[in-house]
Write a protein that binds this ligand. Structure first.
Ligand SMILES: [Zn+2]
Length: 433
C-alpha cells in the first residue's frame, strides 16, 4: 500500500510547522546540554512513548505490562519484550496505535520480503533536522541549514536525463553515482567547484570510486571540508583511502529506514547516539536494539535491528567535541543485510572479509553474493594482469572463514549498482537468514 495524496499533504504541513518550531534548539543546543538535561529529555519522551503504547497499541495493551508512570525512570523500558521485524510483519495491525495516525512507508528488506511500517507525519522534519545536526559535526567547517551540499547519492538519471540535478529547496547538488568515470570527470569537477559546497555526502562506495578516479588523474579538490557517509557499511579500506586523499575525516552515520535510532560520528571519531531521537541497547550477540522516541504511530520499542555493533574498548564519558550525547559503540561491524552464512549456519558479518581484503592491494572493490544453496559469487574489480594465484588467494580467504563452499569468481570493471537507489551492496544474501 502506498501513502495517499491526502497523507502526503498532511505530512508536508506537519513538516514545515514542526521544522520551524524546533529547528534552533534541536540542531544547535540539545547535543551540548549537560548529561542530566539530556537524560531528562529522554525520560520525558520515553514516558510518553511507553504510555501511548500501553494505552493505544493492541500488542502492548494486552501484554499486561505494568509501568510505574508516577516514579518513572528509563529502566522501566526493560519491562518491555524485545521485538523484531518478523513479529511485526506477521501482525502489523497489533503494533499500530488505534489513536495516532501517520504515513505508511516500506523497505524491501534484505531477503526481498517487503516490510511495511508507519511513521508519524512529522518524521520528515525530524529526519531533516537530525541530518542537519549530523552534518554540522565536522571540525573545521560546521554545516548550517541551506549551505550547499554535494550529494553523491539518491539520484539515478534515466537515459537522456542530465547526470547532475539541483534541488533548490535544500540547496543540494546531486551527482549521479552511475557516471563516476573518466568521461564525466571534468563535468563533475566543474559542478562541484560551481556549487561552492564544502561538504560531500554519499554512499561510501561512490565516494571511494570518485576518490580513486581523482587520484588517477592527479586532481586535488581542496574545497571539501567534511565528508559524510551513510547507508552502506563503511569499509576500513574505503575510509583509509578517502581520508588519505582528501585530508579530512570521514564522518560516518548509522540509521535505518524504520527511523528508530541514528548515530553520527563527530570529528573526534566517536559515534554519538542522538539521545533525544532514540535509545540504544546492545544485546549479547552485539546486535543493536533500538527504541524510537518519536514514533507514536507504530512504536518501535526494543526493536532488534540485527545490525551488529563493534563494542567500545572502554566506556567514553566525555567526548572532546563537547557534545554530551552518549557513545554507545565503537563502530558498525555489519548491517543485517551484510551477513554471510557458513555451511553450519553460523552468521559471519561481511566486515570480516572487508578487513581481510585490505591486504590485497590490487583489489579495488569486491562484492559477494551468497545464493540460496550457500554457494558464493565473488565480483572483483581488480587491476589488470593479475595472476590466477592471486585470485585463488582471495577465494581462499572466503573458504577459510566460511568453509568449503562453491565459489564462482567474476572479474568485472565495476560493481552493479541498485538502479533505484544507486547503492552498491558489499554483500547480497539471497538465502534465508
Ligand atoms: Zn564527539
Amino acid at each position: 500500500m502506498a501513502a495517499s495524496v491526502f497523507d502526503k499533504v498532511i505530512r508536508k504541513i506537519a513538516h514545515w510547522r514542526y521544522f520551524n518550531n524546533i529547528k534552533q534548539n534541536y540542531v544547535n543546543s540539545i547535543p551540548f546540554l549537560t548529561k542530566n538535561e539530556i537524560d531528562e529529555i529522554q525520560k520525558t519522551k520515553l514516558k510518553y512513548i511507553l504510555y501511548n503504547a500501553i494505552n493505544t497499541v493492541p500488542f502492548y495493551k494486552k501484554s499486561g505490562i505494568k509501568i510505574d508512570f508516577d516514579n518513572f525512570t528509563i529502566a522501566e523500558l526493560n519491562k518491555f519484550p524485545i521485538v523484531n521485524k518478523e513479529l511485526i510483519r506477521n501482525d502489523p495491525k497489533s503494533f499500530l496505535s488505534t489513536k495516532n495516525k501517520g504515513i505508511v512507508s516500506q523497505t524491501s528488506g534484505s531477503t526481498g520480503i517487503p516490510f511495511e511500517y508507519y511513521l508519524p507525519f512529522k518524521s520528515t522534519a525530524i529526519e531533516l533536522l537530525t541530518a542537519n545536526r549530523a552534518w554540522g559535526m565536522g571540525e573545521v567547517y560546521e554545516y548550517k541549514y541551506k549551505d550547499p551540499i554535494i550529494m553523491m547519492r539518491s539520484y539515478s538519471p534515466k537515459i537522456g536525463e542530465p547526470i547532475t540535478l539541483y534541488d533548490s529547496t535544500h540547496n543540494y547538488f546531486y551527482i549521479s553515482a552511475f557516471h563516476i568515470n573518466d568521461k564525466f570527470l571534468n563535468q563533475y569537477i566543474d559542478y562541484i567547484i560551481n556549487s561552492k559546497a564544502k561538504i560531500l555526502r554519499g554512499y561510501p562506495s561512490s565516494i571511494y570510486i570518485f576518490t580513486l578516479l581523482l587520484k588517477k588523474h592527479n586532481i586535488i579538490l581542496n574545497q571539501i571540508q567534511s565528508i559524510i557517509t551513510s547507508s552502506e557499511t563503511l569499509l576500513p579500506m574505503y575510509r583509509e583511502e578517502i581520508e588519505k586523499y582528501w585530508g579530512v575525516k570521514v564522518l560516518d552515520w548509522y540509521g535505518q529506514n524504520e527511523n528508530t535510532v541514528t548515530v553520527q560520528q563527530c570529528w573526534a571519531g566517536n559515534y554519538h547516539n542522538n539521545d533525544d531521537y532514540g535509545i540504544i541497547e546492545i544485546n549479547e550477540q552485539n546486535s543493536i536494539i533500538a527504541t524510537s522516541l518519536n514514533n507514536d504511530v507504530m512504536p518501535f520499542i526494543r526493536y532488534n535491528t540485527n545490525d551488529k555493533a563493534i563494542l567500545l574498548d572502554s566506556e567514553i564519558d566525555k567526548c572532546i567535541c563537547g557534545r554530551n550525547f552518549s557513545i554507545p559503540f565503537k563502530g558498525i561491524e555489519g548491517r543485517s543485510e551484510d551477513i554471510l552464512i557458513k555451511m553450519d549456519g553460523t552468521w559471519i558479518p561481511t566486515a570480516n572479509f572487508s578487513t581481510a581484503m585490505k591486504a590485497y592491494k590490487e583489489l579495488n572493490q569486491f562484492q559477494v553474493i551468497q545464493n540460496e544453496n550457500r554457494s558464493l559469487q565473488l565480483n572483483l574489480v581488480i587491476n589488470p594482469g593479475i595472476s590466477n594465484d592471486y585470485i585463488d588467494d582471495i577465494k581462499h580467504e572466503f573458504t577459510q572463514r566460511l568453509g568449503e563452499l562453491s565459489i564462482e569468481v567474476n572479474i568485472t570493471e565495476q560493481i552493479y549498482r541498485d538502479p533505484k537507489t544507486g547503492k552498491v551492496k558489499v554483500s547480497i544474501q539471497k538465502g534465508k537468514l
